[in-house]
Write a protein that binds this ligand. Structure first.
Ligand code: CMC
Length: 382
């Protein structure tokens, strides 16, 4: 394209260094501190990955036990956060309520001391723990149900599903959800992580930086896409309409949600792992219609775009996650908050990393407005 003298959307701009994660776009690979997400999805747990992400090394057995205890004992929300959640109308989008709830976690947060990394990590653990409770409570308020207090005996995934549904999940579903949390944990300089870093680079509080990231995640071009994919599937209505719907979308240049990525030029590896789990789960369910509709959308998109110069457009993480969550009886409006339940660990890890060597983010703009305009008195304006 034309040379604007800057990179629109910061595409390709290297804004900072990180060792939290790397997206290898050409190869469709994602690593957390060097380990592929496929391997972590198979062998690890969300808690272990959070520790790895925050501390930069895998925990020993004792370290993990201690870490789990800390996560589990921080699950209860402060009264002020409960009050902010309670003040939201049922019609509010849960991402708006969540952003406010996490900002309210800052009411009693001490000013940041960059040198006290230990305190900052413990603060992050508290927010990671409380954010899951907030998402479950927000969902239950919207559905007119009473809150389920967190349980200290369960894993992060199990306890979240328990607080959401009011019943203990079966082992298989809890593990599928745990893997979904692992897959969403981090993704280098995506828009919400970049937002978190920008805000935290001013030495703002962790909760306020994470609250900003939640705002960024809510948009349909980012985390909001998972909810939109299910809206699309519901709009298509039935698998037999899917192919025609996609052909029409391509012909009219409409965006298909859950497809496309700034960095990946092939299949998003997270989409592959999610699809594998989804296929296993869907085999045990009687209603397969959402999955079937999306499978046809998926295959038709890849086949048709593959014939064009847009053959770099592939499914991303948001394409399959919603179908998986729907099979676990989760409302589509709660999909993006669930993305935040996981990604909060990535946001926190980036901030902790950045604060070791902090410099405020303050880029430059190419000014294209007038340079010698004159003030005109209001009575002379037309
Ligand atoms: N469906 C149809 N066409 C698309 C799509 C799509 N989903 N995504 C990109 N294109 C087209 C786009 O219209 C453009 O065409 P043209 O050159 O004719 O104008 C071309 O591909 C290049 O796209 P772009 O706008 O330069 O891509 P970008 O890097 O600026 O944006 C994106 C990336 C993810 C915002 C975009 O692909 C998109 O809007 N996808 C749909 C929303 C979505 O699924 N978001 C989730 C992203 S991944 C996980 C997450 O962050 O939650």
């Amino acid at each position: 394209g034309e040379d604007l003298g800057f990179s629109k959307g910061l595409a390709g701009v290297v804004a900072d260094a990180t060792s939290v994660s790397q997206v290898q776009g050409e190869d469709g690979r994602l690593i957390y501190r060097g380990i592929s997400i496929e391997e972590l999805a198979e062998k690890s747990t969300y808690e272990e990955c959070v520790y790895f992400s925050l501390y930069g090394k895998m925990p020993t057995k004792n370290q993990l036990t201690k870490f789990n205890t800390e996560l589990r004992h921080n699950r209860v929300l402060p009264k002020a956060v409960e009050a902010v959640i309670a003040a939201a109308p049922r019609s509010a989008h849960p991402m708006a309520v969540l952003q406010a709830a996490v900002a309210a976690m800052g009411f009693d947060e001490q000013p940041v001391n960059l040198k006290n990394e230990d305190a900052n990590i413990h603060n992050a653990i508290k927010i990671i723990s409380q954010l899951a409770t907030a998402v479950a409570h927000i969902s239950r308020d919207r559905r007119g149900l009473s809150h389920i207090p967190p349980n200290t005996e369960m894993s992060h995934a199990e306890n979240f599903l328990y607080m959401l549904h009011g019943k203990v999940p079966n082992k298989e579903e809890a593990r599928i959800f745990d893997v979904a949390l692992i897959l969403h944990l981090d993704h280098d300089f995506n828009a919400s992580t970049f937002s978190a870093r920008v805000v935290a680079s001013t030495e703002a509080k962790l909760s306020l930086s994470i609250s900003a990231a939640i705002g960024a995640l809510s948009g349909p071009l980012h985390g909001g896409a998972n909810e939109k994919v299910l809206e699309m599937a519901d709009g298509i209505g039935a698998p037999e309409h899917a192919k025609e719907w996609v052909l029409n979308a391509i012909a009219t240049k409409a965006k298909v949600m859950g497809f496309g990525h700034r960095v990946y030029r092939t299949m998003d590896p997270r989409a592959k792992v999610l699809r594998g789990m989804l296929e296993k789960l869907v085999a045990t369910k009687s209603d397969k219609s959402t999955y079937e509709t999306l499978r046809i959308v998926h295959d038709t998109m890849i086949e048709e775009l593959g014939k064009t110069s847009k053959d770099y457009i592939w499914p991303n993480v948001d394409f399959w996650s919603g179908s998986l969550y729907r099979l676990m009886d989760i409302d589509s409006i709660d999909f993006t908050p669930i993305f935040a339940v996981s990604r909060v660990a990535g946001w926190s890890s980036h901030i902790i990393e950045m604060w070791r060597d902090n410099r405020i983010y303050r880029p430059s703009a190419k000014y294209v407005g007038p340079t010698d305009a004159k003030y005109q008195d209001i009575k002379n304006r037309k």
